[in-house]
Design a protein around this ligand. Structure first.
Ligand code: NDP
Length: 292
């Protein structure tokens, strides 16, 4: 803690996200030492009060808590490997996007060097950092999470998942999987109506209402079925019916002269599930194919 009760922090990486993190820390009064490979990118945060370290080694030496927010895990290793000895006694918080395996590898590597390791998955874009709309998954050292907590709170909401460093990226990528599946579906919907000259904005209110209604009921029902392993449906839409109607999505795209390539993998999953004798069950049963 500094004399004002604020946690001094080193931040490695001043891309769009690293800069937003530094600005949130500075706005809350935390002393920040920042480093970036391209030095000119540090000018903005320097003007706002950050101390700019000319080398990674000096940035590491400045504070016990070190946040890395670089492009990917390879770039984190590229930056830290040459100064690895300087990690001893440090609390390394890695907010770089990666996989559970990469996080576990980096956690073990950091520990061998005498550092404590906390991984993080940022669920926000840079302008959201520091607002209530932002939150970050953390996992790894609970001690680091506790010590850095006042600094981490400046970024938005926090969700600590446990000691396995792989959990934060696992949850992060699970949420992104849900997001991308939805986003791509929305793009397909706009493409289809666009083929008839309909502006995307004309479809928006209809699509929003439809997706909000369908998704919110699906989330709870799917979770219940997955947790129980019972994919039986007494409602209206078994997978055999859906697999029979689903080709119309691709046929309509072909008729309208637009691509149906996004739909083929979904059709394949449904068809395989029906062929395996589960036609009377709910769509959610495709999880049994995905699990393998
Ligand atoms: P940017 O592309 O804006 O910045 C990348 C940063 O990584 C820069 O500081 C860059 O340095 C540095 N870098 C890249 N390669 C190397 C290297 N080999 N050695 C040293 N430094 C390197 O990305 P963001 O800041 O937006 O993203 C940072 C991390 O945050 C990523 O892992 C991203 O996935 C994650 N994230 C980003 C979100 C976003 O919306 N932006 C959302 C959630 C997570 P230099 O300036 O010298 O090029």
């Amino acid at each position: 803690m500094s004399e004002h009760g604020k946690t001094p922090v080193t931040v490695l990486g001043l891309g769009a996200m690293g800069t937003a993190l530094v600005e949130a820390l500075l706005a809350a009064g935390h002393p920040v030492t920042a480093w970036n490979r391209t030095a000119s990118r540090a000018e903005g945060v320097a003007a706002k009060g950050a101390t700019v370290a000319p080398t990674v080694a000096e940035a590491l030496a400045a504070n016990e808590i070190v946040i890395a927010c670089l492009l990917d895990y390879d770039s984190v290793h590229e930056v830290l490997d040459p100064v690895a000895a300087g990690l001893a006694g440090r609390q390394l918080i890695n907010l770089t996007n990666g996989t559970p395996g990469q996080a576990r590898e980096m956690g073990a590597w950091a520990e061998e060097l005498g550092a404590e390791y906390l991984d993080g998955g940022i669920m926000a874009v840079p302008p959201m950092i520091g607002t209530p709309a932002s939150f970050i998954f953390y996992s790894g050292s609970g001690t680091v999470f506790g010590r850095a907590r006042t600094a981490l709170d400046t970024f938005g909401g926090v969700n600590y998942l446990g000691v396995d460093p792989g959990l934060a990226p696992l949850y992060d990528l699970a949420l992104l999987s849900g997001m991308y599946g939805n986003f791509i579906g929305v793009i397909q919907a706009y493409t289809l109506v666009g083929s008839a000259g309909v502006k995307a904005s004309e479809l928006t209110p209809l699509l929003r209402g439809w997706m909000e209604a369908m998704l919110s009921s699906f989330l709870d029902r799917a979770a219940e079925q997955i947790d129980s392993g019972d994919y039986g449906t007494d409602v209206v839409s078994n997978i055999a019916m859906q697999a029979a109607a689903f080709p119309n999505l691709a046929k309509a795209a072909a008729e309208q002269g637009v691509s149906a390539e996004l739909l083929a993998p979904l059709q394949s999953l449904m068809d395989r599930r029906v062929a395996a004798g589960h036609g009377a069950e709910d769509l959610v049963g495709v999880i049994e194919i995905l699990k393998k």
